[in-house]
Ligand binder design. Structure first.
Ligand code: CMX
Length: 470
């Protein structure tokens, strides 16, 4: 029998042979990586010293807003138009990505994964292969399940989610391969393997947290006849087919929002130290758990309940609504679900959820409140005069859709965001390892350095016009 140390140093095998669709994706990815790698190499060789932006003192103090200091391949955010996943807008994804069945209307996140990794829209067969791959890898180790069940019920679901991802980490093939001394040209293959394992197991982990904290702890077994989102919904305890469609949309639109947002950037940053995908994703999820980022979907529900309690009743007027918004703002709090660091128009992720609501639940009273707020809030925020973007973001809408179908525990909402976000940030993590992107290490300065810089460059200070707005 092998000793523990010999076992640790044994060549790490891939989890499975990818026989269920992962191998098709890996083969395609191999071609893409060679092609993209050559393209990047040539750009860097020919144009590596070309300047693409200036950094102002405001940007350095102001959360690095607008600094172009990171290449992130899977998606790009335009301040007016919103997100494009590998060039496709959300309506284009809804139209072109494969659906679960003939009557399905929403895209499958498995298809988005393929798109983000390869830049190509997959066929239905390719997507079915990914679904099978996820089923094949979906079993969560028993000890991990036992520990999740033992978490205190008052531990926030996002804390549980992040901790659970760390509990899955001993499965990392990337970490084992690194320990073994694998050639760096192979890093991406192990990152890919880990990412598929993570994506396969996250729904079960997330459902377990939900069932354990809010229900009786019992969880339905995985159904191989369902897709990733449908199976997740069922494990959560929701069998309504419309809810399954909602989850397909939800898990697609929350997946990626270019590279500078906190969850994407944190995952990328941690991964750049060659921390494995489990450690990296957990880092990203801790950022998503902040109220200015992903936790805003929970905060929106709390906010809706708060203003509902202040309104005179269901027959409230726009003036009543305006008054409650001012009360809230005058209390020194942000209106959750509104504003964005990059967007300057209504978030298309908000719009597509609104369209889903108009189609499936037009008379829902909570949807009415969200719609009424959409009419009133931009005006109030504009008069308030602080935010650069008075329009709603993705989080302003997601909660009322979930409420409608009975998923009413708002403390859980960010976990759903997290399951989806994993698709985007793990795709980029694989590509980052494939492109050999180095450890991230921007330069910081002190206020003393800034003062000295200003003093010693007094006559030749350059001022950027509108750079932070880009
Ligand atoms: N309500 C009230 N004030 C707001 C506001 C809002 N919704 N959005 C921004 N502001 C304020 C900021 O707090 C800031 O005030 P101070 O100058 O006093 O600090 C000022 O307006 C300028 O902020 P900004 O440049 O417009 O916005 P930022 O890029 O700094 O922050 C964001 C962006 C999203 C954090 C901010 O708009 C916000 O706090 N929104 C509410 C929380 C939210 O919905 N977050 C989710 C975003 C989407 C996601 O990541 O999931």
């Amino acid at each position: 029998m092998l000793s523990r140390s010999a076992m640790l140093h044994r060549a790490p095998a891939f989890t499975r042979s990818f026989a269920n669709g992962g191998d098709a994706l890996k083969a395609k990815l191999k071609d893409v990586i060679v092609r993209e790698g050559e393209k990047v190499k040539k750009i860097r060789k020919d144009y590596g010293n070309v300047i693409i932006g200036d950094v102002t003192i405001d940007m350095a103090y102001g959360g690095m807003r607008g600094i172009k200091g990171l290449v992130y391949e899977t998606s790009l955010l335009d301040s007016e138009e919103g997100i494009r996943f590998r060039g496709l807008s959300i309506p284009e994804c809804q139209e072109r990505l494969p659906k679960w069945h003939d009557k399905g209307e929403e895209p499958l996140p498995e298809g988005l994964l393929w798109l983000l990794l390869t830049g190509e829209v997959p066929t239905s067969e390719q997507v079915k292969g990914i679904t099978r791959e996820f089923h094949e890898r979906g079993n969560v180790p028993e000890q991990v399940e036992a520990i999740i069940r033992s978490f205190p019920k008052d531990m926030h679901p996002m804390t549980q989610f992040s901790a659970a991802i760390l509990l899955l980490q001993p499965q990392s093939k990337f970490a084992a391969a690194y320990r073994e001394g694998v050639n760096k040209s192979k890093y991406w293959e192990y990152a890919f393997d880990d990412s598929l394992t993570l994506l396969a197991q996250l729904p079960r982990v997330a459902a377990l947290i939900y069932r354990n904290v809010f229900k009786d702890g019992n969880i339905t077994a995985s159904s191989t006849h369902l897709d990733w989102s449908g199976n997740f919904s069922q494990m959560l305890g929701f069998n309504d087919r419309k809810f399954h469609e909602l989850m397909r949309l939800y898990l697609t639109i929350h997946a990626d929002h270019e590279g500078g947002n906190v969850s994407a950037h944190a995952t990328h940053l941690v991964g750049s130290a060659l921390s494995d995908p489990f450690l990296s994703l957990s880092g990203g999820m801790n950022g998503l758990a902040g109220p200015l980022h992903g936790l805003a979907n929970q905060e929106v529900l709390r906010f809706l309940k708060k203003i509902q309690a202040q309104l005179p009743g269901p027959q409230y007027t726009k003036e009543d609504l305006t008054k409650t918004l001012w009360n809230h703002l005058n209390g020194g709090q942000v209106i959750p679900g509104y504003g964005h660091a990059v967007l300057r128009k209504t978030d298309p992720r908000y719009t597509c959820q609104r369209e889903f609501a108009l189609k499936h639940m037009p008379h829902d009273p909570n949807f009415k409140l969200v719609s009424d707020l959409y009419e009133v809030t931009p005006k109030v925020l504009t008069e308030h005069g602080k935010t650069k973007n008075p329009f709603p973001n993705v989080d302003a809408h997601s909660g009322v859709l979930l409420q409608h179908y009975g998923l009413v525990e708002e403390d859980y909402y960010t976990v759903l965001f997290g399951v989806s976000r994993a698709v985007g940030v793990l795709s980029q993590l694989v590509l980052s390892r494939a492109l050999g992107l180095p450890i991230e290490r921007p330069k910081s300065v002190t206020t003393e350095w800034v003062e000295k810089y200003i003093a010693s460059n007094k006559d030749k200070l350059r001022v950027a016009k509108g750079a932070a707005e880009e």
